[in-house]
Design a protein around this ligand. Structure first.
Ligand SMILES: [Fe+2]
Ligand SMILES: [Fe+2]
Length: 249
């Protein structure tokens, strides 16, 4: 089961998905330089050690889900270059899950139980039926994660181990978002009414896909940023995601 249009007919060297895949190959070993000896007493601001473990644990749970979603998309995908990109994404997500789980273990001794959060996402993705629905939810969450990761990097500091992990992960996720935006932008040029599918999906699953008030409050407390600033950043990222897909951003 390759699920690819006849491979000997495939032409992919000028496919935009292939260019994004090549970009990912250049940076494939970014985690090799991480200094794990910092984990026991990471260079995070005073009082944030436990928070760092909690956040890493949460990220480990979500990254496992991201890995599985990317694998599901990979199995269904019929575009060769996109399939390569999704294969790379599965590997990226595996690394993210590994690094966050490893951090939680080395820094605190255990990975905190975040199964409730994971169940909410599991249930959501379990209800989605089409490739496009899964891909849109997946990439939209990744786009939102970029903003959350920025908050974590500035809160924990770029020189902390956890900050470094989020920084490397952020670069991978930005590439995944680029891959998804390319896919949906292309869909839009083939059929302008496709914009309705995107708008409806993001509205129907707003509760799951958008950051809720509790999460905004939590990020605000963690980072010291006003809740209104967090909300504004999230909205901006949402608007720019939609604008890129529509080809106006
Ligand atoms: Fe990831
Ligand atoms: Fe990702």
């Amino acid at each position: 089961m390759l699920n690819i249009d006849r491979l000997h007919d495939v032409s992919f060297l000028s496919d935009p998905h292939y260019k994004v895949y090549l970009k990912g190959k250049e940076n494939i070993g970014w985690d090799r330089g991480l200094d794990w000896s910092l984990a026991r007493n990471d260079r995070v601001p005073e009082g944030l050690h436990s928070f760092a473990i909690e956040v890493a644990s949460m990220s480990a749970h979500v990254e496992v889900l991201g890995m599985q979603n990317a694998a599901e998309l990979l199995a269904e995908c019929s575009n060769f270059a996109l399939k390569l990109g999704l294969g790379q994404a599965v590997n990226d997500e595996a690394r993210h899950a590994e690094l966050f789980a490893k951090y939680a273990l080395l820094a605190g001794g255990d990975i905190r139980d975040c199964s409730k959060t994971q169940e909410v996402y599991d249930q959501h993705f379990g209800e989605l039926r089409s490739f496009d629905e899964v891909f849109l939810s997946h990439v939209y969450l990744e786009n939102g994660a970029l903003e959350q990761f920025n908050v974590f990097i500035s809160t924990f500091g770029e020189h902390s181990l956890i900050g470094q992990i989020y920084k490397g992960t952020l670069q991978d996720e930005a590439r995944h978002v680029q891959m998804g935006v390319q896919y949906f932008k292309n869909k839009m040029t083939e059929d302008v009414s496709y914009a309705d599918f995107v708008a409806d999906h993001l509205a129907d699953y707003r509760e799951i896909l958008h950051m809720n008030d509790n999460a905004v409050r939590w990020y605000s407390e963690l980072s010291g940023l006003e809740e209104s600033v967090i909300r504004q950043r999230i909205e901006q990222r949402h608007d720019s995601f939609i604008a890129k897909i529509l080809g106006v951003g």
